[in-house]
Design a protein around this ligand. Structure first.
Ligand code: MG
Length: 274
């Protein structure tokens, strides 16, 4: 008897397995994301577009055994002991400190006491192991320059999500050029060069925020313009703000860890005369 017409248990199991495999391609194409969000200005994609291709995966190599030391002129924001350089919701930053790192613990975002404009930022992070959750619910945090412009932190190792929301994305605006993520539990790094936006006295935008990002040493944004402050499911729009702001770290409810955080404010650039 043809297996399609065979009602025996083995044949039913066989058909069930065949049906499962038939649905797999559709499931893998069924990407998380949105189809009803506004178009990102200047792009063909919607905000968090489900159809936007995921960046190609690049293996950045193993994490260094020991974190690199900050340069001598850096402002060290966390060296392993305390969060004195940060404030939290009620004044003190209350994230958990353990093993020379600090960890999101549900007490809300924290941000630097000192404010920065143009700067170079180094920060290391690792997502929980074993991983739990999926998509945006897996190892989510974020580094917000000036408290407004997010470079996304997420476990993007075998964890599909919308492209503009994966690790190292300028959230809701640009995916990274490649996915240079390490596995959950491994230390990762961002090296960020950020130029603050400039506003005229009447509040009009003179020049946008510009960012260059290395993820685990791999260039993922080369002098990219932020389209405005980070927004969820909506179009980014610049609103004039002070020339300096805090570096804010996001409490998205997942116990992401950070360490070795330092910043170098950028002064006037060399004119070639020195
Ligand atoms: Mg985030």
């Amino acid at each position: 008897m043809h297996p399609l017409f065979d009602s025996s248990a083995p044949a039913r199991a066989c058909r069930a397995v065949a049906a499962l495999f038939a649905t797999l391609p559709a499931m893998s194409q069924d990407r998380p994301g949105y189809t009803d969000t506004p178009l990102i200005p200047g792009q063909r994609w919607r905000v968090h577009d489900a159809e936007r291709p995921a960046p190609p995966v690049v293996d950045p190599g193993a994490a260094p055994e020991v974190p690199a030391e900050p340069p001598s002129d850096a402002i060290v924001l966390f060296s392993g002991e305390n969060l004195d350089a940060f404030t939290g919701k009620d004044g003190e930053a209350r994230w958990k400190i353990e093993d020379g790192a600090f960890e999101v613990n549900g007490t809300g975002d924290i941000e630097t006491r000192r404010h920065f404009g143009d700067c170079q930022l180094h920060i290391e992070w690792r997502t929980p192991v074993p991983p739990s959750g999926s998509g945006q619910g897996r190892g989510n945090s974020g580094v917000f320059l000036m408290g407004r412009y997010e470079v996304q932190v997420l476990d993007s190792h075998d964890n599909p999500t919308y492209a503009d929301g994966q690790a190292a994305a300028l959230y809701g605006q640009y995916p990274p050029d490649v996915n240079a993520s390490r596995a959950p539990g491994e230390w990762q790094s961002y090296d960020i060069v950020f130029h603050a936006p400039r506003f005229a006295e009447d509040g009009a935008l003179v020049s946008p925020a510009v960012v260059t990002v290395f993820h685990n040493g791999v260039l993922v944004h080369d002098h990219r313009e932020f389209l405005g402050p980070t927004a969820h499911r909506s179009e980014p729009r610049y609103v004039a703000h002070p020339p300096e702001g805090p570096i804010r770290l996001q409490d998205h409810g997942d116990p992401v860890r950070f360490r070795n955080v330092w910043v170098r404010p950028l002064g006037e650039r060399s004119t070639g005369e020195r």
